[in-house]
Design a protein around this ligand. Structure first.
Ligand SMILES: C[S@@+](CC[C@H](N)C(=O)[O-])C[C@H]1O[C@@H](n2cnc3c(N)ncnc32)[C@H](O)[C@@H]1O
Ligand code: SF4
Ligand code: SF4
Length: 358
């Protein structure tokens, strides 16, 4: 069974300040059309069953064939969800979306609890639009308790909004959001050179806020602090005596997950795109010749080849490595430093507490 992440278009009606795909947003000629979307998914599904597809981009709802393609997935019984900036969601297309049994989640992006914070990254007047969309979906779910669509809010934690995480949690609870995903900011695309990355102090404040709120209970809101590695839980419990959700950092690139771009080219994952030797198109190529190519073996061979994290402190002694934490196998030196940095920091703080207790 595979899960697929699909950047189905690089058209977008926004140009967010942090957008990881900012450099691709101009690359929108010859985007995949309905017939080819069907061919690509059938080719994968005929060889390995497709369990779930998540659509991103660009803005998936700008793709002219996306709604008919959702219908096709429905006929195949393939579950799916999508990310959206909310601009093109409206009562009419939401009514249609809500009628699809295989649509399991709608992920709405929100960068702050107020127009001031959100719109500084997403653009003028966007906050009000997003809030209307969240309220529309929540109201529908309240009126239709059988509705299985999960409403998820995605927030990228940056230097611009780390101080507002408590208010974002309040907003999600108030608006009956099912899940809040707090994502790690990756400095790429439009985000390069913007100083959006968290300093150590900002990171510590952000995890402390999440811990306090999580310990108090969040009225049914699931909080998924993806910007944290699992070791944060140990630090919070040991040093702050609070609770923290266990964050799973899985990676099944090229084994249980695949990534498709806006032309239907396939890669083990979005980040591996820049390390692949060439493009692979399932419109022209046999599935297994792609799946078994060196590029698709690369992510896992690096991991099991005893490279990188297995040799590096503190991952080398960490109970989470290879269990619930799979730091990116493809990372080069700069990325490795970023992954290790926060865990080194936490490790040192826990050591201090151990020292004091002795
Ligand atoms: C690239 S967008 C595409 C889907 C849709 N246009 C949207 O904004 O939700 C997918 C998700 O990635 C997040 N994102 C954008 N830039 C990012 C970055 N530099 N680091 C981490 N996540 C980022 C967005 O906030 C959004 O939640
Ligand atoms: S984050 Fe989403 S909405 Fe913003 S520019 Fe990127 S693709 Fe568009
Ligand atoms: S030390 Fe390494 S394996 Fe452990 S949680 Fe941190 S990144 Fe993951």
């Amino acid at each position: 069974m595979v899960s697929i992440k699909w950047d189905v278009t690089y058209k977008c009606n926004l140009m967010c300040g942090h957008c990881i795909n900012g450099n691709y947003l101009t690359n929108k000629d010859n985007e995949i059309v309905y017939e080819d979307m069907v061919k690509v998914i059938n080719k994968i599904n005929d060889n390995i069953p497709v369990g779930y597809i998540h659509f991103l981009g660009g803005e998936p709802l700008t793709h002219p064939d996306i709604l008919p393609f959702f219908k096709y997935l429905e006929t195949q019984g393939i579950q799916f969800g999508f990310n959206t900036n909310g601009l093109l969601l409206n009562e009419k297309n939401f009514e249609y979306l809500a009628s699809l049994n295989c649509l399991t989640n709608i992920v709405v992006s929100l960068e702050g609890p107020t127009a001031e914070v959100n719109d500084a990254i997403r653009g003028r007047n966007i906050f009000n639009v997003i809030m209307k969309r969240i309220r529309m979906i929540s109201a529908y779910k309240r009126e239709n308790p059988d509705c299985k669509i999960k409403i998820v809010v995605n927030t990228v934690v940056t230097s611009m909004n780390y101080g507002t995480i408590g208010d974002i949690i309040d907003l999600c609870v108030r608006e009956d959001v099912d899940s809040l995903q707090l994502l790690e900011f990756i400095e790429d695309g439009n985000g390069v050179g913007k100083n959006y990355s968290l300093t150590d102090e900002m990171f510590m404040e952000a995890i402390t806020t999440v811990a306090k709120r999580f310990t108090l209970g969040c009225d049914g809101l699931e909080i998924v602090p993806k910007f944290c590695r699992p070791l944060v839980k140990d630090y919070i419990e040991k040093c702050l005596h609070l609770k923290f959700p266990l964050v799973i950092h899985g990676c099944g690139a090229g084994a249980t997950t695949l990534f498709l771009d806006n032309k239907g080219n396939v890669y083990p994952c979005d980040r591996s795109r820049k390390y692949c030797n060439r493009q692979y198109s399932l419109l022209d190529e046999d599935f297994f010749s792609v799946w078994e190519s060196e590029d698709f073996k690369l992510p896992f061979s690096r991991y099991y080849g005893d490279e990188l994290y297995r040799k590096l402190f503190p991952c080398n002694g960490c109970k989470y490595l290879g269990d619930v934490c799979f730091p990116c196998h493809l990372s080069r030196e700069a990325d490795v430093d970023a992954v290790m940095h926060n865990c080194n920091l936490l490790h040192n703080m826990m050591k201090e507490v151990d020292g004091n207790e002795l």
